[in-house]
Design a protein around this ligand. Structure first.
Ligand code: NAD
Length: 484
């Protein structure tokens, strides 16, 4: 087994080969649990590396796009088999480089292969629609065609799943890819490249460049041969990327931040709701775009729910992400930790009461005790702005109409949950909540691979990802009138 458990090269994957950056520059990657230790050196790439990758992708496009969908799907299936063999290694590298607790990292690593298999199947499904011409009855049909070279820009917080769910549809529909991995989590994404290589992807079809956002992301967005950009990350960077890409006439898809509400009705199963609140707010140290940032609780059960949640936090296991018992691990880096601590200070300054947690609890690791506030007004910083860490707040409400109005009063619209035993309340919530991912009696985080994923309002732009929805972004529809 040792041969398949080898780490991928700490290098860019361009034109089917592993390359250092053209300049030879590297950066040191440290993990958030023991940041004094360097865990690897990775390419500090720049525009020259992007040029080489885009040119390789452009050269590979004609042959790849002419293959059948089934043949492209086979490459994905073989890459999924390769991923199955290295799930444990991917999970351990993920935990080491960005601090996701190993039990969640294992689930995410396994999901990569599921994503590839789902999209492998897409290679065998319909590629258009068939009609009759109105005047003659002859055939008129639509065809979905690939776009060409697509640029994929990914964040560090789902370093396995997000690269997979962008690359798999891009490839199966016939595009070639240049992917920019986040600097904070290169190794996990490089496993994907290693698995595509093992799966026999032709040289140039899938390329990966590692480096800083401004040094790699900007040249990728601006490159004239790149037809479309799929970006997941923060609102600030996403809006900038959209501006640059649309000015150049490119197709853009953005998956951005969230400020996700969980509503607990008086008729809810409070134990389940408290468990979902804990998991949604604090697993992965709250570093999920779909993490629960606000918990709105109906007045009659507010005090009881608060006691349950505080008790759950006391039982929570916070610590070494490599320990399978750990539920909450460290924040990804020092700058993020400082930002989260500053957010907690703002919560205090805004008059919030900290019911639990909120302080750093390890001298070396970027470890924070999960924080629960109450008493914040709806316009307080923590009530509206995404703080990317284990911080959430409780709010009281007296009717579902009020809860919905307040839940919707943020710029974001990614995910939202309600806990209730009333079908009428659940239906009203599904109709009126402004979110792309809506859950009834489940936590705000988590997503299936075969259904659309994406936000509304400031949380997203363009077609959704995952499921069959993904083809809306990665293909263009043409209409063919056929007369004989
Ligand atoms: P980020 O915006 O800082 O970075 C995302 C990616 O963009 C990275 O690869 C980064 O290097 C790159 N980048 C940075 N500057 C760039 C530029 N000028 N041009 C092009 N690319 C550039 O986000 P992050 O800190 O890596 O991730 C956390 C954020 O991502 C949070 O806001 C979170 O909510 C969001 N997120 C959203 C989803 C979703 O599906 N909606 C999923 C995961 C994370």
């Amino acid at each position: 087994m040792t041969d398949v458990l080898e780490a991928p090269a700490h290098a860019n994957f361009v034109g089917g080969k592993w390359h250092p950056s053209r300049s030879g520059r590297t950066y040191e990657k440290r993990g958030p649990w023991r940041p004094s230790e360097v865990i690897g050196e990775f390419p500090a790439s720049d525009a020259a590396d992007v040029d080489a990758a885009v040119e390789a992708a452009a050269a590979a496009f004609p042959a790849w796009s002419r293959l059948s969908g089934a043949a492209r799907g086979e490459v994905l299936r073989r890459a999924a088999d390769a991923l199955d063999r290295r799930v444990e290694q991917v999970a351990q590298d993920m935990t080491l480089e960005m601090g996701k607790p190993i039990r969640e990292a294992r689930m995410e690593a396994a999901r990569m292969a599921q994503i590839l298999r789902f999209f492998a199947g897409e290679g065998l499904r319909d590629t258009g629609e068939r009609y009759e011409q109105a005047a003659t009855g002859s055939v008129v049909y639509t065809m979905r065609r690939p776009l060409g070279v697509v640029g994929l820009i990914t964040p560090w917080n789902f370093p396995a799943a997000i690269p997979a769910w962008k690359a798999a549809p891009a490839l199966v529909y016939g595009n070639t890819v240049v992917m920019k991995l986040a600097q904070e989590a290169p190794l996990t994404g490089l496993h994907l490249a290693a698995c595509f290589e093992e799966g026999g992807v032709p040289p140039g079809v899938f390329n990966v460049v590692v480096g800083r956002g401004s040094a790699v992301g900007t040249p990728l967005v601006e490159h004239p041969l790149v037809k479309a950009i799929s970006f997941t990350g923060s609102v600030a960077v996403g809006v900038q990327v959209r501006g640059e890409a649309t000015a150049l006439g490119k197709r853009v898809q953005l998956e951005l931040g969230g400020h996700n509400p969980l509503i607990v009705m008086a008729d809810a199963d409070l134990d389940r709701a408290a468990e979902a609140a804990y998991a949604g707010a604090f697993w992965s140290a709250g570093q999920k775009c779909t993490a629960t940032r606000r918990i709105l609780v109906e007045e009659p059960v507010y005090d009881g729910f608060r006691s349950l949640l505080v008790a759950r936090m006391e039982r929570g296991v916070v610590g070494d992400p490599a320990d399978p018992q750990t539920e909450v691990g460290p924040i990804v880096n020092e700058a993020q930790l400082e930002e989260v601590l500053a957010g907690i200070e703002k919560g205090r300054a805004d008059g919030g009461t900290l019911l639990a947690g909120g302080e750093r609890i390890d001298d070396e690791a970027y470890l924070l005790a999960p924080a629960l506030f109450e008493g914040l007004s709806d316009d307080a910083f923590l009530s509206c702005q995404e703080v990317f860490g284990p911080v959430t707040s409780l709010y009281r409400f007296t009717s579902l109409d009020e809860a919905l109005r307040r839940a919707n009063a943020v710029e974001y619209g990614l995910s939202a949950s309600i806990f209730t035993s009333s079908l009428a309340s659940a239906r009203q919530f599904a109709q009126e909540i402004e979110a792309g991912i809506i859950r009834i009696n489940g936590q705000t985080a988590g997503a299936d691979v075969h259904v659309p994923f994406g936000g509304v309002k400031s949380s997203g732009f363009g077609p959704h990802e995952q499921g069959r929805a993904a083809r809306e972004f990665y293909t263009e529809v043409v209409t063919v009138y056929e007369d004989v």
